[in-house]
Design a binder for this molecule. Structure first.
Ligand SMILES: [Zn+2]
Length: 235
């Protein structure tokens, strides 16, 4: 009795299995992409926090400079009141004017620094907000992926059973060859023929091979060009 070797059905099971396995792999990959985005935001936030620390330290230094310069000015003012000569008075006057000018520059710089501190703090808050949103979204997505995974694993196990069942039709003489192909290429180890051509490599088969495959009887054949296990789609 010649058993019908329904390679088309076997290939369908292989393809369905591959699609389920691809989907199983895709979920965790998408979760990892979100984790990478979170890590990237952490790096950006850390850089901003470092910048904030440096800007605050610079502001503190300028404030100290200003304070010491102001106390020096008070000292000069006192000396000015006690000036013993016009010459001393003029020199002190000049020093006071120069110090006042440099203090004014310092005050502008401090103001700028404080504005910068405000701006960086706002930037840090914006990053933290983006991160919180993304994390909420990531956790909801991961939970959804987990819920789907249970169902996909069930489908995967069913399809593996269907593949094994369908593989029983494969003649012993080509089983090892078939196994090698499926181990190496998965569902891609098989190809249908269309118009006398292998649909994997699109090489035209000899009419004899095409006829044998088209009849669906006899030992299944491998593509002479790409080695895929060939089958005809029976209508
Ligand atoms: Zn081929």
């Amino acid at each position: 009795m010649a058993s019908v070797v329904d390679l088309h059905a076997l290939h369908r099971f292989h393809l369905a299995l591959k699609s389920v396995q691809d989907e199983l792999a895709r979920g965790p990959r998408q979760v990892r992409a979100r984790d990478n985005q979170l890590a990237q935001l952490d790096v950006e936030k850390k850089a901003k926090e470092d910048e904030l620390k440096q800007t605050r330290a610079a502001t503190d230094r300028k404030n100290l400079d200003l304070k010491s310069s102001e106390s020096k000015l008070k000292d000069l003012d006192r000396k000015l009141n006690e000036a013993a000569s016009n010459r001393e008075f003029d020199i002190l006057k000049g020093q006071i004017a120069a110090d006042q000018a440099s203090n004014s520059v310092l005050q502008d710089e401090i103001l700028e620094s404080l504005e910068k501190v405000d701006r960086i703090m706002q930037e840090i808050a914006a990053i933290a907000e983006r991160r919180a949103k993304l994390e909420t979204e990531r956790n909801a997505f991961a939970a959804q992926i987990d819920a789907q995974a249970a169902d996909l694993r069930k489908q995967e196990s069913e399809l593996k059973g269907q593949v094994q069942e369908a593989e029983k039709m494969i003649p012993e003489s080509i089983k090892a060859h078939y196994r090698r192909l499926v181990d190496a290429y998965g569902a891609d180890g098989m190809a249908s023929i269309d118009n006398g051509m292998c649909t994997h490599c699109f090489v035209s088969l000899t009419p004899q091979i095409a006829v044998v495959i088209g009849s669906g009887t006899g030992t299944p054949t491998f593509c002479p060009s790409c080695d895929r296990l060939l089958y005809a789609i029976m209508s």
